[in-house]
Design a protein around this ligand. Structure first.
Ligand SMILES: *[C@@H]1O[C@H](CO)[C@@H](O)[C@H](O)[C@H]1NC(C)=O
Ligand SMILES: *[C@@H]1O[C@H](CO)[C@@H](O)[C@H](O)[C@H]1NC(C)=O
Ligand SMILES: *[C@@H]1O[C@H](CO)[C@@H](O)[C@H](O)[C@H]1NC(C)=O
Length: 151
């Protein structure tokens, strides 16, 4: 390649990279929701299919990470949608695969059918070890949340 075509080649690569970024940014980016009410929670990675969610269609969540707490035999993955006011729209509990603290995990939920979803909503995914006392501060060991739409 002469110098001119190398320059063009690099220009084309940087154009394709800058074009790709806005596409990726359209996918919701999950934030940490540990702390506050969820003192024991740590951030978990969440992916879903389809992404973004579609009203009336089926969705599957994939949750991965490493936690400082065991995921117990009765552990749950709970994915929930809340509207802009924080009112619950739907929540999907699935059995989690038990795993030891410090051990990386990667779990996929069953498919769930979504209801009609509004333009603006919160999507939150929890890993919970339920107890009879229902203490959010200790039971919730993993959490990630995203705001979808305009807030
Ligand atoms: C979803 O289902 C409801 C109830 O069956 C229907 O009224 C609505 O039009 C559907 N919406 C979409 C986007 O498919
Ligand atoms: C949120 O609350 C406001 C004030 O109570 C209400 O007008 C609005 O309809 C609510 N929005 C939703 C999505 O429920
Ligand atoms: C939840 O557990 C925390 C930590 O053990 C404790 O400080 C708090 O009082 C408990 N909350 C309730 C409502 O029992």
């Amino acid at each position: 390649m002469n110098q001119k075509s190398i320059f063009l080649f690099i220009l084309l690569i940087s154009l394709s990279v800058t074009n790709a970024i806005p596409l990726e940014k359209r996918e919701p980016q999950f934030d940490d929701c540990s702390g506050g009410n969820f003192a024991n929670a740590q951030f978990i990675n969440v992916a879903m299919s389809p992404d973004p969610l579609v009203s009336n269609q089926s969705v599957t969540f994939t949750v991965s990470g490493t936690l400082n707490h065991d995921i117990k035999d009765n552990g749950l993955i709970i994915a929930q949608l809340d509207d802009k006011n924080g009112t619950n729209i739907v929540h999907f509990p699935d059995h989690a695969t038990p795993s030891n603290a410090g051990q990386p995990f990667n779990m996929k939920t069953l498919p769930h059918t979504l209801p009609v979803i509004p333009a603006n909503y919160f999507l939150t995914v929890f890993i919970v070890n339920p107890t009879p006392q229902h203490n959010d501060s200790t039971d919730v060991i993993g959490c990630a949340t995203v705001k979808v739409g305009s807030f």
